[in-house]
Design a protein around this ligand. Sequence first.
Ligand code: GLU
Length: 293
Amino acid sequence: MSRPVFRFAPSPNGDLHLGHALSAMLNAEAARTAGGRMLVRIEDIDLDRARPAFVQRILDDLDWLGIDYERPVRRQSEHLADYRAALDRLAGMGLTYPAFASRAEIRAAVASREAEDGRAWPRDPDGAPIYPGLDRDLPVETAATRIAAGEPHAIRLRMDAAVERTGPLSWTEEGEGPAGETGLVRGDPAAWGDVVLFRKDAPASYHLAVVVDDAAQGVSHVIRGRDLFHATAVHRLLQSLLDLPAPVYRHHRLILGPDGRKLSKSVASTSLRALRAEGATAEDIRRLVGLSG
Ligand code: GLU
């Protein structure tokens, strides 16, 4: 049997914090226990936010934590053609459409529908309004003309058609979702609406890239924070549409800041660097994330 494959997949838009340390340590530990492989993947397709300088800082932090991982490290920015190929495949199945609306236009459409209906427009699991379907029914020729004229656009998934094509999907959850979901979990990708597959300002979306990469790297186990639990439904949907294998998932608890909120890369005080500068050791970090003993 082939060895299980684990991965830690940070985005280089800031320094690692305690939440990342927990993810990286759980992955490394699981790989060690299972006699598996440990990979690191740099998720740097968000060209607006990703900063090359953070990549080295992240790898330094991982070394400092004593995390062992295989080289070379995969960087998403070097695999854009793979995401494009996956997108083309979905487009060939008639499951995508170009969406030209700006953020302001989307906001205005949601606001006007809320005013019309007298109630809140549905939100996705992250709390953002579901995409109101602008440009969904644009004639193909009109869309083609606008694209040829260089108009910026995103590519979205026709969620209803996609879900109809795959039927119900589930995954094996070895951790726990926000409502205690565990074991065989039924995904609800439709709760996300017509998700973005290619962004206006980035060459692929997180959802598409993560699914393509996990398959390309043979990842068998995804261990990551619970904030990504609901996104797994979209990942399973894309895996099914693209005939990619489904890893086993383990969503772990989040490390909360003193204000009770999820840690953010923009808050420097909880970064591993700041803690290290204050004299913390890797063993202290283990303790801080509740892994000691
Ligand atoms: N790159 C994502 C992040 O930094 C994690 C992706 C994943 O583990 O699937 O939050």
